[in-house]
Design a protein. Structure first.
Length: 78
């Protein structure tokens, strides 16, 4: 399954680690852009992405929103 996570803090990173360990393709995004997610990508195995206009980081089967900096993104993920 392909999963998009918005928010690369404690919750988003923990989800990324668990989901990649289960074999899922995980994309992760934050408010500062993918160039700031190099360390997170190395730690979690997730692929950094820009957030698209719809809120989800790229095209995903499922999404998770764990960032209070993007409250407008949640409706696009549900």
């Amino acid at each position: 399954m392909t999963i998009g996570i918005i928010g690369a803090g404690h919750i988003g990173s923990a989800l990324a680690v668990r989901l990649t360990s289960l074999g899922h393709t995980v994309y992760i995004a934050n408010s500062r852009g993918p160039e700031t997610l190099t360390d997170v990508a190395q730690r979690t195995g997730a692929t950094p992405r820009y957030c698209t206009g719809s809120g989800a980081p790229g095209r995903a089967d499922r999404g998770n929103h764990s960032s209070e900096k993007h409250p407008q993104a949640a409706p696009g993920l549900i």
